[in-house]
Design a protein around this ligand. Structure first.
Ligand code: UGA
Length: 424
């Protein structure tokens, strides 16, 4: 099939290389010429595992363009542009709208126009009205940043919202041609809602786990033991139970806000999760500042800036929100490090902190180490290279081995467990 993808972002690029793997001829289109030039040179402009090697393997089937009219003649045109939050939580639909307007002159009655961007319920109907032709479907994606390629290949379900069942066969073909039971053909409205409902459900689940972590600290329980016990129940499952500083990224915060907007605030549980998630990050920032005052700490090291591991994305990163709060205290000297998100973070944090070239340089001479993103490098740290001037760690991702840390004389706070004194 001839496939065009509009939007070379965290969704468009990984999806594009995966469709090429299925044998399709794929053109990724983006107005950003710099991005397209990078792609044409064989590099991926995003930090996403596995994409570059697939770009190389399927280079004959992958094309990169800046002009949307190059999608003329495509069997399927996939819209994967951003729908960021506007000021009051609504999804900003201006990018989708301008693509639809341009597509009007390009498509014919048989062209499938697939909306992959996360869009409010009712968008498919609105798009059909704008286009006036073509077969408009809703094709939400469920990929996570950092693992998008493997998520694409192993996705649990492929949801397609459509009015016209004649597209079903094409969609099965788009995903390799075999109906293996993963396809779910539903109404456009259901499909659009499935995407928001899934993200909001996971956000609420994380909010619950984070509240449970606070309860564990209060009651003397250990969150990892508690979630291991809960997760063995197959109705609950072990995934998505890691407590932390709150969820972030370009999806959960934005999509929960948008869901509240188009359900007119009627989803109270989601509203509480949204509000408390932001509040949690501020509370953590205040707690760190108070701890520094009480313990005469001035020099802080921060490990982790990205909103989660395996990405350079800092959008709505809990780490950055916490650092921003801590930085308001002029007495604190802060050095930060992240394996992938340093460049992106510099544009936000500017001169307000120092930047280390690796995790050990970052911790060197520090009186307190904050762990704010769950990178494996931090989990696998080489204690012999640590040279802190006061041995205190606050681990908001539960990645540092407490027993080892205490044995080496570190005082350590672990989310969902509390403080432990190091052996002196
Ligand atoms: C999320 C969804 O997981 C994807 O299914 C969806 O396709 C995507 O949004 C999207 O809408 O495009 P993503 O934002 O990449 O994916 O990140 P997640 O891995 O879901 O993590 C979100 C946040 O939750 C991160 O801040 C992460 O650190 C946090 N998290 C996740 C935890 O604190 N604990 C966990 O156990 C899991």
């Amino acid at each position: 099939m001839k496939v065009s993808i509009i939007g070379a972002g965290y969704v468009g690029i990984p999806s594009g290389v995966c469709y090429a793997q299925f044998g399709h001829d794929v053109t990724i289109i983006d107005k950003d010429t710099a991005k397209i030039e990078v792609l044409r040179s064989g590099k991926c402009p995003l930090y996403e595992d596995g994409v570059e090697s697939m770009m190389l393997s399927y280079r004959d089937r992958l094309h990169y363009e800046t002009d949307l009219t190059t999608s003329s003649g495509a069997d399927i045109i996939i819209i994967a542009v951003g729908t960021p939050s506007d000021g009051d939580g609504k999804a900003n639909m201006s990018y989708v709208e301008s693509v639809l307007t341009e597509l009007k002159t390009i498509i014919n009655d048989r062209t499938i126009v697939a909306i992959k961007s996360t869009v409010p319920v009712g968008t498919n109907k609105w798009a059909r009205e704008i286009l006036g032709k073509g077969r408009v479907i809703s094709l939400p994606e469920f990929l996570r940043e950092g693992t998008a390629v493997s998520d694409f290949i192993n996705q649990d379900r492929i949801v397609c919202g459509r009015i016209d069942p004649s597209v079903d066969e094409d969609i099965i073909k788009l995903y390799g041609g075999k109906d293996d039971g993963r396809f779910l053909f539903v109404s456009p409205e259901s499909s659009e809602l499935i995407k928001y409902a899934s993200n909001a459900f996971l956000a609420v689940r994380l909010h619950y786990v984070n509240e449970l972590a606070d309860a564990c600290e209060m009651l003397g329980a250990d969150i990892d033991e508690v979630t291991a016990g809960m997760g063995r129940d197959r109705r609950i499952g072990l995934h998505f139970l890691n407590a932390g500083p709150g969820y972030g990224g370009s999806c959960f915060p934005k999509d929960t806000r948008a869901l509240l907007d188009f359900t007119y605030g009627n989803m109270e549980l989601v509203s509480v999760a949204c509000h408390n998630n932001v509040h949690r990050q501020l509370k953590i920032g205040e707690r760190i500042k108070a701890y520094c005052h009480e313990n005469d700490i001035h020099k802080i090291a921060v490990w982790g800036l990205a909103f989660k591991n395996n990405t350079d994305d800092i959008r709505e990163s809990p780490a950055l929100n916490i650092i921003d709060c801590v930085m308001k205290d002029q007495d604190l000297d802060i050095t930060v490090y992240d394996p992938a998100a340093m460049d992106n973070s510099k544009s936000v944090l500017g001169e307000r902190c120092k930047y280390a070239k690796d995790m050990y340089e970052c911790a060197d001479g520090a009186e307190l180490l904050l762990v704010l993103t769950e990178w494996t490098d931090f989990r696998d740290l080489d204690w012999g290279r640590m040279n802190m001037s006061k041995k205190t760690i606050m681990d908001y991702r539960g990645v540092i081995d407490r027993t080892v840390a205490c044995g080496l004389g570190y005082d350590i706070y672990t989310v969902g467990v509390g403080f432990a004194k190091g052996e002196k």
